[in-house]
Design a protein around this ligand. Structure first.
Ligand code: NAD
Length: 320
């Protein structure tokens, strides 16, 4: 049997593909390359280039491969841009998920792991977010991820679909130098691009109510994240109990200022970041407990902050 990874040519999906293969589980990839890279997909993995909005393509994939479950990673992930492009965001993250679930039902594929996000919580007023912290998304992106979770839940009630949604916090690092985050909006690529191009990296606001005044986030290594997807898939395949949602967070907060210092140490490039104004919608602090995932999904921090910065920098350098 195999698992289908939607978005398997993207940053996280490519790591998920490798984690499955390392554990001897076959995978199939579908990706429209809207933000992914064909070269991220290993040549031995069956790769279907196309959109998951195409129900016929999905039917063909399920007919041609013995798929027992789907890791649904494909999506439009730019929260800031989603405010300007709500319809696109809903189409890619909600309609596409509905089409995928329909195709799975049609083909009798009964298990799914969904890439959700910390964005479902908006600006939480607790120090440590748990799965029961109230959901209050602040962008069409966060809303679309919450609706995605509801689609899985409702399809589970209606058809017995086995499912779980993994709410990722700030995913960084690289599992191998050929794979990296190429997002034009995420902190690590922005900082590295600035350094490579000889510009000074920028901090958006240093007057937050945090120890050094910069935003605090919960950074997790992409390879650790990928491992938990395989654990979730195995539980689903075995029909073992599984929660509907898990936070993949470390329980530890790191400030943007601390990231900048670590980047300077790792790269050996000395710089003093520019400080700009706050970005609208950036919470001061968001940090989550990963205790539930640690209990069920082999979730643990195998990588330090230094590893995260170093591996991401090596991948950035390998690409330039
Ligand atoms: N990177 C993060 O920190 C983070 C945090 C929380 C949640 N997520 C979620 O994780 C998922 C993966 O994120 P990523 O960082 O790897 O982003 P990414 O943009 O690198 O990967 C998304 C992949 O999905 C593909 N894709 C998009 N729409 C598609 C469609 N309609 N049909 C087929 N393929 C399509 C893209 O080409 C790309 O390869 C996304 O759903 C994102 O919302 C990411």
């Amino acid at each position: 049997m195999a698992w289908l990874v939607t978005g398997g040519a993207g940053y996280i999906g490519a790591h998920v593909v490798r984690a499955f293969r390392e554990q001897g589980i076959d995978v199939v990839v579908v990706d429209d390359l809207s933000s992914g890279h064909a070269e991220f997909v290993p040549s031995e993995v069956p790769f279907y280039r196309g959109t998951i909005l195409d129900a016929e393509l999905l039917a063909r994939i399920f007919a041609e491969n013995p798929v027992s479950g789907v890791v649904h990673v494909a999506g439009f992930k730019y929260a800031g841009v989603s405010v300007q492009r709500p319809l696109h965001t809903y189409e890619q993250n909600v309609t596409a998920t509905a089409v995928l679930l329909g195709a799975m039902q049609e083909a009798g594929v009964e298990a799914i792991v969904f890439s959700s996000s910390a964005a479902v919580y908006g600006t939480p007023d607790v120090d440590i977010v748990t799965e029961t912290t109230p959901k209050s998304p602040e962008s069409p992106y966060g809303e679309s991820k919450l609706i995605g979770e509801w689609l899985l839940r409702d399809q589970g009630v209606a058809t017995g679909l086995r499912h779980t949604s993994l709410r990722y916090f700030n995913v960084v690092g690289s599992g191998e130098p050929g794979l990296r985050d190429t997002s034009p909006h995420n902190l690590f690529p922005l900082v590295f691009d600035a350094l490579v191009e000889g510009r000074t990296p920028r901090i958006n606001g240093d007057d937050y109510p945090t120890p050094d005044g910069t935003c605090v986030r919960d950074y997790i290594h992409v390879a650790d994240l990928a491992t938990s997807h395989v654990a979730a898939a195995k539980r689903l395949d075995a029909g073992e109990p599984i929660e509907p949602v898990y936070n993949l967070g470390s329980g530890d907060g790191v400030s943007v200022g601390q990231i900048m210092s670590t980047v300077a140490e790792v790269t050996g490039i000395r710089f003093t970041p520019e400080v700009g104004p706050r970005r609208v919608g950036d919470p001061a602090r968001i940090v989550a407990s990963g205790e539930l995932a640690a209990r069920d999904l082999d979730w643990t921090m195998r990588h330090t902050l230094d590893d995260m910065v170093r591996s991401a920098w090596e991948a950035r350098q390998a690409a330039s």
